[in-house]
Structure formats: structure tokens, C-alpha cells
Design a protein around this ligand. Sequence first.
Ligand code: SF4
Ligand code: SF4
Length: 422
Amino acid sequence: MADNQKMWADLGMNLEMHDMLCEVLPGAIGDVFMSQENRPAAMDYFDMVLADVHGLRPSELVEFRKKGGKVFGTFCAYVPDEVIFAAGGIATGLCAGSQFWVPGGERYLPANTCPLIKAMLGARFDKTCPFYRLADVYIGETTCDGKKKAYEILATDVPLHVMDLPQMKREKDYVKWADEIKDLIKVVEKVTGNKVTPEALAENIKKINAKRAALERLYKLRRNECVPISGTDTLLISQIAYYDDPERFAAQVNRLCDELEQRVKDGVSVAKGKKRILITGTPMAIPNWKMHNLVETSGGVVVCEETCTGTRYFENQVDESGKTLDEMVQNIANRYMGINCACFTPNTARADDVIRLAKDSKADGVIDVNLMFCQTYDIEGRSLEERCKAEGIPFLGLETDYTDNDAQQLKTRIGAFIEMLG
Ligand code: SF4
Ligand code: SF4
């Protein structure tokens, strides 16, 4: 802890304010995670990472930077980590899931901006997150309007490169995204001083694919009648995926999956008699566990997330058959363009995904959770509800933010929905 204090001071953090954040975390971890019964033993790794979230990984990144390494902070599931690692850099998600950072963001943004964007700015400008301090360059993307404008403000304080994400999925858009990835390669080469060679890119495509495969394995295990792990624990793993070392992370997820396979064989379930819920909607960045906690303390168990902290992050591999740099880049572009975010139009494939995943997960119902002021996901909610109802899948749409003000009201609505599932 003393070492962490020195590291945080060296990173120019606001220690007094950061202490306040550190004070609330252990209580939240206890309430949300440790209160669960019959957790898999292999959650120990993820618990450890969470307990020292601002110490463990940041200290590795500090050491990496001391040796000349460069760290790239990312905000979205569309940014291809493969390219950053291929240049010898490290990609880390800049999560923004805490209400703690929202007031800081409101100093720069209108109050009616989505909490995730406000928290991004608060975390940076309040100087209370080591990851935001550590990243040498931020990589933004033109997804929603709020983020685009927020990047302009962040760029006044930190080097920031924005990738221009197409918002349609025509053939020319796939070509355009490949071009954007080529521009990203130039940026990471310049910042790191290393060339992205075909060999390095091929190696890192495999590395990130292996991480996706581990997550896919974990999610498939949740489809069993006997649910071997809670949704809350799985959400934590998906959140950690954004910033942990990819190889170590994949190894730990596979270690956990070995245990879960045994649990399935032994009939060990964390959710006997509970209703199976698929959650869809906006991302749930760490430490946002609000909805999973509410569902799983109201008679439900979350068996799948169609979110960016869920299947959108790992479904579909990058084709590994590319030989030249151009082929590999196009294969990377094709994989990422397969993500179905509400910033695209049309985006009917997302509803297809929700229906497919709800059936595969044997979900009793779908809960669509949107962060307040996120227009694109909010608008899609209506057509999604119609699609689910047409398929006979019970649907509940909810809007929330990072505060606990609505927790009781949400619990009542979720409880009633789960009861209605019979
Ligand atoms: S919801 Fe869309 S914009 Fe947000 S992280 Fe996911 S892909 Fe990116
Ligand atoms: S939740 Fe919606 S408004 Fe917020 S950053 Fe994501 S896409 Fe933008």
C-alpha cells in the first residue's frame, strides 16, 4: 500500500480525493461479491485483481514505461488491441463506471450527458485514476456524439488519436475501417518507435483471439441448466478483460473454466430455482455492478450479456489466414465491423444477436439496460422489445445511471418481472 501511495504520487494523482475512492471500494466488493454463496475457487485471481485495482496492474504498467514502453488508453470495443500489442505497446481500457467521477465530468459537460462519458472526463481531470494518468496516448473513436465531443476536451490535456468509425456496414465501410486501422498502425509506430511487422501482427492476432476464445468458453458454460458461475462474477471478468495482460488473463479464465466444467459435471449450481436473464444494452464499465447485483438478489441469475462488457467484446475471431499486412488489417477490420453497436444504422443484427443468445442461453427473459441519456441504445430499445415479444421472449426495458437513487425502484420492477416469469 505504501508503494502504491508513492506510485500514485509520482503519477501526479490527487491523493486526498483518491483516498475517498479507495475507502468505498472494499465495502462495495464485500456487498456485491463476497456476499455471494458458493463462488468458484478460481475467482481468487479476479478478486485479487479487483482488490488492488489501482495498484497491481498500474505498477506493471509503470515498470513497462520505465523501460521505454508505451501505454495506449482505449474506450471502446472497436479499437483493435492487436495492432497496439504488435507495435510492442500495451492497450488498456480506460473504464468509467463509477459515480465518483461523474461530478468532475459535469464541470466540463452538460448534466444531460451519459454518465459513462462524464465519468471519463472526471477520472482524467480529477486525477483519481492511475490508468488515466499512465496512458501515454488515448485512442478515441467516432461512435456516439457525446464521446466525440468529450474527446475534444480530453485532447486539451493528453495526446489523443481518434479513429473515424463508419456508421454503416456497406462494403466501402469495411474498406474504410481497414484504412483507419492502417492510420492507427502509423500512430502506434510513431509513439513506440517500433514497426508493426507481419510477423508481430500475426502473433498478436493469435494472442487476442486466444483471449476471446477463453471468454467464449466461459460464456458457453453459463448456458448449462446448472449455472456454474454467477452473472456478477462473470461481469467482473469481462470488465477485467479490458485492462489485464491478455495472455495471463486468458490463462486465468481457462483455469476457471476447468473448474466450472467440473462443477457442471457434479451438478453444482449457483442458481437453483432462479430465473435465467439475458442482459443487453449499454456497457457496464468497472465498477458498475448495479444491475447484475439487483437481478441476482431478486430471484434471477444473469446467464448472458449482449453488451460491450459481454459478447460484443469477444464474439467472432479475427481470421488468422492473412499473410500480408494488408490482408491481416482487412481481417481485423472485418472482425471488428461485426460488432453490432447502436451507433450503426441500420443495426438490426443486434436484435438478431439478442434473440440468438437468449435462445442459446435458455433465457427466461431479457432485460435491456440503458445508461441515461444514451440516445442510440434508448431508441433501439423499442424495436428490440418488439422483436423479443414476436419471439415470445419476455422483455423489460430499464434506464439508469451510476447513482443508487433508483435502486429500490429498480429492484421492485425487476422483482415483479422475475415473478411474472413464473
Ligand atoms: S456501446 Fe458502442 S460505443 Fe460504447 S463501447 Fe460498445 S461499441 Fe463502443
Ligand atoms: S453509453 Fe451511449 S452515450 Fe454513453 S458512451 Fe456509450 S454509446 Fe455513448
